[in-house]
Design a protein around this ligand. Structure first.
Ligand SMILES: [Zn+2]
Length: 196
């Protein structure tokens, strides 16, 4: 049986870089991969691409929240070989879509490897991440560091001026927000300072 994987990490942990490297390892051996990402991601202007901060990028198929991924991938598999499915920004998937990916692993025996954030800037689970943490066969943390040297597990949202933002929607469409990865202790300081 193939597995459903969730590799999670804070912002700027290098998730897209690791995804593209892993996908490259498959194609280098003559295997076929399917790269997917939710259409909601507007962080980079190149919609339809998985973009790594170190400068590498690759085309991906984007999908909407209404898309049935089991059907989509199943149809794709009838015409193309698929040895592995990769999903970037997996936190933006719906609960149902995560179960659809599990069905791809279970019924088509194709491994599905998802990369994404665990929590939003308020420290709350994303829908896709909650489902993945619940049912993925293999869960791995991609680690990055806070400025203090501790592991960064939280994401601080900042505005155009670089000031911390603690209110707002989970997903800012078209915003100019930036994110800083912090350890929980330093992330908490910004949450407290807002109310004092
Ligand atoms: Zn810290």
């Amino acid at each position: 049986m193939a597995k459903l994987y969730f590799h999670f990490g804070a912002m700027n942990a290098g998730k897209s870089t690791i995804l593209l490297q892993a996908a490259h390892n498959y194609t280098e051996r003559g295997m076929s991969v399917l790269l997917l990402k939710p259409a909601i991601d507007n962080r980079d202007s190149d919609d339809g691409e998985i973009v790594s901060r170190i400068g590498i990028k690759q085309k991906a198929i984007t999908f909407e929240p209404e898309e049935n991924l089991e059907q989509y991938i199943g149809n794709h598999a009838q015409q193309h070989d698929i040895n592995c499915v990769f999903v970037d920004e997996a936190q933006f998937m719906t609960h149902d879509q995560v179960w659809q990916l599990a069905a791809i692993a279970d019924r088509l025996s194709v491994p599905v490897i998802c990369y994404g954030l665990r929590t939003d800037f308020k420290g709350q689970l994303f829908e896709g991440s909650a489902a993945l943490l619940g049912i993925a066969d293999n869960i791995r943390e991609i680690k990055t560091l806070c400025w203090c040297g501790r592991k960064a597990t939280m994401n601080l949202r900042t505005n155009e001026a670089g000031l911390p933002v603690t209110d707002g929607a989970q997903i800012e469409i078209g915003g100019n927000d930036r994110y800083i990865s912090l350890c929980r202790q330093h992330w908490r300081k910004y949450q407290v300072s807002r109310t004092t």
